[in-house]
Write a protein that binds this ligand. Structure first.
Ligand SMILES: [Zn+2]
Length: 48
């Protein structure tokens, strides 16, 4: 099993709720991090 860490920006949903100043949800936008997957993509580190 792969361990996946959720994106804390969108809390693993893959999108974020855009709220106005009254905290009303205006729209949902694909999370700009990790290609909108909601999960942290760990980049392979160079081992050599
Ligand atoms: Zn995210």
């Amino acid at each position: 099993m792969k361990k996946q860490k959720i994106c804390h920006y969108c809390e693993g949903k893959g999108y974020v709720e855009i709220r106005d100043c009254t905290a009303e949800i205006q729209r949902e936008e694909t999370c700009v991090f990790y290609e909108g997957t909601g999960y942290i993509i760990e980049e392979k580190e160079a081992n050599n």
